[in-house]
Design a protein around this ligand. Structure first.
Ligand SMILES: *Cc1c(COP(=O)(O)O)cnc(C)c1O
Length: 217
């Protein structure tokens, strides 16, 4: 499966984030040995344990909701945080990045699904944050784009429209705030069930778990 997915992604130059949550380090190492370097986890504690156990050239992407009090734990090594959903969190990431003398790549997570409970900004909130006083002072975070999760459903038309919506948000923000910033280039969307639709709608990063590793327990 890994090779087939990579082959399809290569034509659209989409990056694969292999979502390894719940799976043990040996499973990650097996994919690492096939060349995969980017792995995604949604829990801080689990990511810390795997970071300690595995080769240091793995790029760890945090894809799940992040509590501010846990930012300091991942700040020394996390490669990208996909799940930034508040200014308070962004300020804490900046603070911990400064302490670690680094710049941390972040994506703004948007609420695009029709389901209620998911985290994320809406476009208005994000625009207010970006044009506010505090945001421009955060020098140790780098906003690299946007992330979103579509509704978990077989209705491909709905899923497609949600991905289109995220793509629109990306383009609006790019045009109005990040036009001169080459780092603002990522649209993280697409999971095991909907990654092909996401790629058709302009995804630059898919986050695929069960299709690579099998079902989670
Ligand atoms: C678990 C998870 C994924 C991967 O889900 P699969 O359906 O197993 O591919 C992607 N993104 C986020 C935010 C996740 O929590």
């Amino acid at each position: 499966m890994f090779t087939e997915i990579l082959q399809k992604l290569s034509t659209s130059r989409t990056t694969l984030v292999a979502v390894s949550k719940t799976h043990p380090p040996e499973r990650i190492l097996a994919l690492y040995n096939k060349g995969q370097r980017i792995f995604g986890e949604n829990r801080v504690q689990e990511m810390l344990e795997k970071y300690a156990a595995l080769p240091k050239d793995i790029e760890w992407h945090l894809i799940g909701h992040l509590q501010t009090n846990k930012v300091k734990l991942v700040a020394p090594f996390v490669r990208m945080i996909h799940s930034v959903d508040s200014l308070r969190l962004l300020e804490e990431i900046d603070k911990q990045a400064i302490k670690n003398n680094r710049v941390i790549d972040c994506l703004l997570q948007f609420h695009i699904a029709s389901e209620e409970s998911k985290f994320g900004f809406d476009e208005t909130e994000a625009r207010e944050m970006i044009s506010g006083d505090i945001f421009p002072r955060l020098k140790n975070i780098r906003i690299c784009g946007v992330m979103g999760m579509a509704t978990f459903t077989d209705e491909t038309r709905l899923v497609r429209s949600e991905f289109k919506y995220l793509h629109d948000i990306f383009q609006h923000l790019k045009k109005d705030f990040f036009n001169a910033d080459p780092h603002f280039c990522e649209i993280s969307m697409g999971m095991s069930g909907d990654w092909q639709i996401a790629v058709e709608e302009g995804s630059t990063m898919v986050r695929i778990g069960s299709l690579l590793f099998g079902p989670r327990g």
